[in-house]
Ligand binder design. Sequence first.
Ligand code: NAD
Length: 281
Amino acid sequence: MILIDGKKIAAELREELKQEVAELKTKYNKVPGLTVILIGDMAPSQIYVRNKEKSANEVGLKSEVIRYPDTVEEKTILEKIEELNNDENISGILVQLPLPKHIDKQKVIETIIPSKDVDGFHPMNVGNLSSGYESSVPCTPLGCYLMIKKIEPNLSGKKAVVVGRSNLNGKPMTQLLLKENCTVTITHSRTKDLKAECLEADIIVAAVGIPELVKGDWVKKDAIVIDVGINKTENGLVGDVAFDEVSKVAKALTPVPGGVGPMTIACLLKNTIDCFKRSQK
Ligand code: NAD
């Protein structure tokens, strides 16, 4: 079984991006800039944002974190986004989710100009992705996609099953696999026989949030299995896939932690650089 080493693949990607940033600097005499807006002091968000900032600096991007207390008014955030939209030194804007209840998430997402939407959440980017046009793609599914392509460069005709239909993971993942000519089934909490669906799959991407939902006897021999889930349990951090069982049948599998997680941040940097390149065209 191939253990898909997300840390290693992410490190390789960051190395490529570092080179690319150096080349862009030579060509344009400036580097892509990423601005992250962080509201409140929730511990996980603080950690994510610190890691994003560290990785951005590592590849040579200009990065900035703007912090607000969780009592900040929605209007202040929207005005700041408008200001960043108009700042030509900023290539990418990210507002760290989740937001305090009094701030309308969709309004925030839609205020970010699509060309700087490094999370790929703006309806324009969602539409472009589903129409097969160039767009920012949400970072986690993009990372999953790049890992799958490392194992199997030609996905044409493969049967893929995506478990979970969130806007963040399942839906964009489906679009990426469709673009590769996979036959894709998207499953969710109302799916009648999830095991039977999974057993058909050459590729399974699980993004649910239920510890070890996908069992060993749900997986076809030699399937590629990508585990997006991050679940805190009494036994530590586990994914949505029963790792020990599935590793006995799968051709390739991502571990949790050390699989999808590291790729998510690397893809954020990639998206920032891609936004910069499109803005120079
Ligand atoms: P979500 O809660 O928004 O969506 C979960 C989806 O799972 C829903 O579409 C729901 O219909 C489906 N679902 C629920 N119960 C199901 C069942 N019994 N069978 C089949 N489908 C079922 O979750 P999300 O934001 O997509 O996150 C999913 C998981 O991925 C979480 O554990 C989250 O922590 C993790 N995550 C990891 C990363 C990363 O970088 N590795 C990034 C984002 C999310």
